[in-house]
Ligand binder design. Structure first.
Ligand code: NAP
Length: 260
């Protein structure tokens, strides 16, 4: 027998929490424009104790696997099969992001501040709770009837498009370095023809698709947080490329082809 624990707040409190989380996500946007999180190429030792990059990444992303699943299975809607399709979509992405991707990064000797790991971990705990509850507990609308609604199919198509762009673009980056290298090269191919950070573009499309597909406040909050995080970070990466490579392609935008 599988023991499940009641974890969900009453619906009205849950919705209030989701709205508060959306409001915080909107406020995060100007902050991330002003302050670039100090990891990867923007690493700085001024932000206190650090941990190895790979382990830090696994620690901060892993709640999206275990915590999301605990919350999901403890909800009553997880007894239906359609929410499990949503769970599987989430899991396919996060098994890569939380375990496979960090194991594949060529990051020997690089560090990440505990401060960043702590913030990201906190984010994943709240985000995993909101999204796991929204489909595992309050996901009674996810039945075969969903399949008749255009938002399900449009959201699924957008999600898959974003996922493919993200995966393909990350793949190009992961193969740029030789095994023990940690420097930077100009990425080429795929969506890099148009933008400096197509992996971030793909991530934003992916979670926008999730929001259209799931059509709930938790999924909307995740799309907003992703955009609030990744548009400013793409602008910072783009500036960095321009400062460090004199031959950087002049027509390449930061994240939205032809626009920004
Ligand atoms: N949903 C969200 O809010 C969210 C937030 C953050 C990240 N993510 C996703 O997580 C993934 C990784 O994020 P990230 O910030 O680490 O992305 P990133 O800065 O593009 O780096 C990805 C990996 O490629 C390496 N790399 C990047 N540019 C390179 C270059 N020009 N030459 C050689 N190697 C290069 C990086 O090494 P270094 O680490 O040494 O720079 C890192 O290992 C992305 O797909 C992103 O969309 C999602």
């Amino acid at each position: 027998m599988i023991l499940v624990m009641e974890m969900a707040l009453p619906a009205e409190y849950f919705n209030a929490l989701a709205w508060i989380w959306i409001a915080i996500g909107v406020l995060v946007f100007p902050l991330t424009l002003l302050f670039t999180a100090p990891f990867g190429r923007h690493f700085s030792s001024r932000f206190g104790p650090t941990i190895g990059n790979r382990l830090g990444w696994i620690i901060m992303e892993s709640p999206a696997i275990w915590w999301f699943t605990i919350v999901f299975v403890s909800g009553v809607s997880s007894q239906n099969y359609l929410p499990w399709i949503l769970w599987a979509m989430w899991m396919v992405h996060y098994l890569n992001r939380g375990l496979i991707f960090p194991m594949r990064t060529r990051t020997t000797g690089k560090r990440i501040p505990w401060l960043i790991v702590g913030f990201a971990l906190g984010f994943q705990l709240v985000n995993g709770y909101l999204n796991g509850t929204a489909i595992g507990e309050f996901g009674t609308q996810y039945t075969v009837d969903c399949l008749m609604h255009s938002n399900f199919w449009i959201g699924l198509a957008v999600f898959l498009l974003g996922w493919l762009i993200n995966l393909h673009s990350d793949e190009i980056l992961l193969k740029l370095r030789k095994p023990d290298e940690t420097g930077y090269l100009i990425p080429k191919g795929g969506f890099y023809a148009w933008v400096s950070c197509p992996n971030f573009l793909g991530e934003m499309i992916l979670w926008s698709g999730w929001a259209i597909l799931c059509w709930n406040l938790a999924a909307l909050s995740f799309a907003i947080w992703t955009i609030a995080n990744l548009v400013p970070r793409a602008l910072a990466h783009h500036r960095w490329y321009r400062q460090h490579f004199v031959d950087y392609p002049a027509n390449r935008k930061a994240v939205f082809p032809g626009l920004l």
